[in-house]
Design a protein. Structure first.
Length: 256
């Protein structure tokens, strides 16, 4: 039950902090206090709804209150610290999400004895039961992680590598259409890797990565592009595999 409750809070956080937040708001809240307040309010609403749908029970109010207060504290601290110390984007992102994971985990640990897991979604999971329901829940959690959160992480890793190597403006210049295609290729790649990992078909992952390399074969002759391509591919595949394993470890502990 602990794992399912923790997975429920993770889902609430991912949906509220990534999918319910536009790119414009995400950028604006780093410079504008009003945008930060707007994000905290929208986060509280989405996080609260998701938590109620999964958890329910008498302690869900405390879970929502502490979770939203913790998120607001992290974002406010990030707002002022970023202005003062100008952290690199990758460092700020990883520290931000690590702090959220710690808060989500602490909430469930503190409330584990009193959580009832009586929300509507949990009720449906228990009513359906069985292996199919568990695998579906694993897939949903993993796909949420490898969507927007993993896309941001991979892009920040590539930007950090390029900045560290002083490669701005070097290598092959790609058009907006090519960049959009690369973005969707990365998303589809992570989805396929997640599915193959959950099905224990690890050999098929190599086929996916090989097919992707063939499509960019001519461009790989450029060393700068090849290095960025390799780093991006490995980071993307690693994020997908870790997301699938995390989802399996958490959702495998069904609440009924």
């Amino acid at each position: 039950m602990f794992g399912f409750a923790l997975a429920s809070v993770f889902i609430a956080h991912v949906v509220a902090d990534f999918y319910a937040q536009s790119d414009e708001l995400a950028n604006a809240k780093l410079e504008n206090a009003r945008a930060l307040i707007a994000h905290c309010i929208s986060y509280a609403l989405v996080f609260g709804v998701c938590a109620i749908l999964f958890l329910g029970g008498s302690l869900v109010g405390w879970v929502v209150l502490v979770g939203c207060a913790g998120h607001a504290a992290i974002d406010v601290a990030k707002f002022f610290l970023q202005r003062q110390f100008k952290f690199k984007q990758l460092t700020a992102f990883v520290a931000d999400q690590a702090a959220h994971v710690a808060i989500c985990t602490a909430i469930i640990v503190a409330c584990s004895n009193g959580l009832e897991l009586s929300g509507p979604i949990t009720w449906v999971v228990c009513a359906l039961g069985g292996e199919v329901c568990a695998r579906g829940a694993e897939l949903i959690l993993a796909l949420l992680i490898v969507g927007k959160p993993s896309e941001i992480l991979v892009s920040l890793i590539l930007a950090a590598v390029q900045s560290a190597g002083g490669e701005e403006g070097q290598g092959i210049a790609e058009s907006p259409a090519v960049l959009r295609a690369g973005r969707w290729i990365g998303i589809l790649e992570r989805i396929i890797v997640v599915v193959m990992t959950l099905w224990n078909e690890f050999g098929a992952i190599a086929f996916v990565l090989t097919a992707k390399s063939i499509a960019r074969f001519d461009l790989l002759k450029d060393q700068s592009f090849a290095e960025r391509y390799l780093i991006g591919t490995l980071a993307s595949a690693a994020a997908a595999i870790l997301a699938a394993l995390l989802a399996r470890g958490l959702v495998g502990d069904l609440p009924c």
